[in-house]
Each structure stands twice: as C-alpha cells, then as structure tokens.
Design a protein around this ligand. Structure first.
Ligand SMILES: C[S@@+](CC[C@H](N)C(=O)[O-])C[C@H]1O[C@@H](n2cnc3c(N)ncnc32)[C@H](O)[C@@H]1O
Length: 278
C-alpha cells in the first residue's frame, strides 16, 4: 500500500471536481470510470504524480489525490460513531502515544482511532483493541485493512469485554489505555490492573452524566492522579477578502476527553487544594 509517489494500480484515488465533489475509484490497468461528465481512463492516472489533473473524454476536470487518513475515516463505512480527527489529535498528544508504546484500546468500534494509534505506536509498538460486538469488530477489521492494505502486524484486535481482561491477557502491563465506550466507569478496576505505574489513561465520553460518573469513579479508586476533563472546538474560517469570517457551521460538540495517570501502588496523591476565597 503506497501512501506517496506516483499512482499505481490498486491505489484508491479521490477525484475532486470544480464543485469540490469527491468520487473515489480504485485504479485498474485498462479500467474506466464514468462520471456525468464522461469517461475517465484509469491509465491516464496510473504513473502520474498525486495532485495531477485528469480530464474526462468530454472535458470534465478532476484533481487526483490518494485518501489521507482523515478522508478515509470520514468516508468509511461505520458500525459505531467514530472519534473525529480533532479529538484523535488530542488523544495522540495528551495521551502521549509514543513510538514503541504498548497501547490498549476499547471499544474498537469502526476502527477510526485504531488507525491513528497504529500509526503513532509504529512497527515496534503494539495496539491491543477490544471490541464486544462481532459486527463492529468486522467493521474495524475491514476499515483498517482497507486503508493499511492488510491487517497490521502490530495490531491485536480481539472480540471480548474489556471487563474480563487481565494483565495475563495483555502479557504484562500496558503503557496507555484509551477508552471510547458507553460506560467506561464500569471498567476502571480493569484499567487500574492493566496500566503500568505512570501510564496514561484517557477516555472519551459524549455526555455530561457520563463525564461526571467517570470522573467520580477515577477519584474514588484512589490510584490515579486528579483527573482532567476538557473538550476541543475547531472552527474553520472562510478567508476571502472582505468576506473573511468564521464558517457559520461547525461540529460544535463531539465528546469530552478525560485524562489521568496511574499512581504507583500504595501511593496516595495529595488532596487537590482549592484557593481560599478572599
Ligand atoms: C463509539 S464506539 C468506538 C468507536 C471507535 N473509537 C472509532 O473511532 O471507530 C464504542 C464501541 O465500544 C464497544 N464496547 C462497549 N462496551 C465495551 C466493552 N466493555 N468492551 C469492549 N468493547 C465495548 C461497543 O460495542 C462499540 O463498538
């Protein structure tokens, strides 16, 4: 699977017309794609550089690029709602996902976050993903294999309930745990048992009651640092002369992110102190 360089047979190519409509094709030697503006010959694309323009037989113009990971995530089939790129980016940085890390994720859902994590841990890292539903596991498997060209060697996708997982199943503790599921507070004992001292735990929850339950659960367990919670808002801008302004529409709410670090066994963190009122 090539991510750069001239187009080759087998590549998935996104064609974009003047109205910014996208069409995705898989290149085959001798193949054709028919748009409402006529035939595009795959052979006119094969061998050319990304960012090139292909012209249909009646003069329709289309820009050709491979899908970036974000394009794939936003267009792939979904069994479950995906983690949006803006939140995946926060998880990578705040969750400190490093090359070589051993990361545990649940649930795998549609595999969107799995792909981002797999890239970040790299070939010397490992991602173990649990998914409780076999239909969702199939979406994750297919979506990841489609983008990465095969099932990555550093990915261990398992059907099962995270609550049943022990440190034996993960062959020792993990460096990072990332949860995206309905009731992460029900899995906190498991996260405690799997996470190495100093390891980072992050979870993604959509609603305020979920946020409150997971924050309270983390505090009650007493083996994590004081948890942090936040959300990220990304607003695009239209930049066109005097019309320059923020876009009217945005994905204003996706979910809240929660972050905490595992304390060493037996450590009691000092109680967070609030400033005295004047
Ligand atoms: C919102 S989806 C995850 C989407 C995924 N992060 C992505 O970006 O594509 C939540 C998934 O968690 C799974 N799930 C819920 N509870 C679970 C558990 N206890 N163990 C494993 N998977 C679980 C659900 O079946 C569902 O597929």
């Amino acid at each position: 699977m090539a991510y750069s360089g001239p187009f080759q047979p087998g590549d998935r190519v996104q064609l974009t017309d003047a109205k910014r409509r996208h069409y995705t094709i898989t290149l085959e030697t001798g193949g054709s794609y028919f748009t409402h503006k006529g035939e595009i010959k795959h052979d006119d694309i094969i061998g050319s550089d990304e960012g090139t323009m292909v012209v249909s037989h009646v003069g329709g113009e289309y820009l050709c690029f491979r899908h970036l990971l974000v394009d794939h995530v936003l267009s792939m089939p979904r069994g479950a709602a995906v983690i949006y790129p803006k939140d995946a980016a926060q998880i990578l940085v705040e969750g400190d996902i490093f090359p070589g890390a051993k990361v545990l994720e649940a649930g795998a859902g549609s595999g969107a976050l799995s792909m981002t994590l797999l890239r970040a841990v790299g070939e010397h890292g490992q991602l173990i993903s649990y998914e409780i539903r076999d239909d969702h596991l199939e979406y994750a498997e297919n979506n990841v294999a489609e983008y990465m060209g095969e099932h990555p060697a550093n990915w261990d996708l398992r059907l099962g309930d995270l609550n049943d997982v022990t440190v034996k199943d993960t062959d020792g503790p993990v460096d990072r745990v990332i949860l995206d599921m309905l009731a992460p507070w029900e899995c906190l004992d498991t996260v405690r048992d799997l996470l190495i001292p100093g390891g980072v735990f992050m979870t993604y929850v959509a609603t305020v009651p979920q946020l409150m339950k997971v924050m309270e659960g983390i505090r009650e367990l007493g083996c994590f640092t004081e948890p942090k919670a936040w959300e990220s808002l990304v607003r695009e801008w239209k930049v066109e002369g005097l019309a320059t302004r923020p876009e009217h529409r945005m994905n204003a709410h996706t979910a809240f992110l929660v972050w905490a670090r595992r304390l060493a066994d037996g450590t009691v963190a000092p109680k967070p102190q609030r400033r005295a009122r004047k």
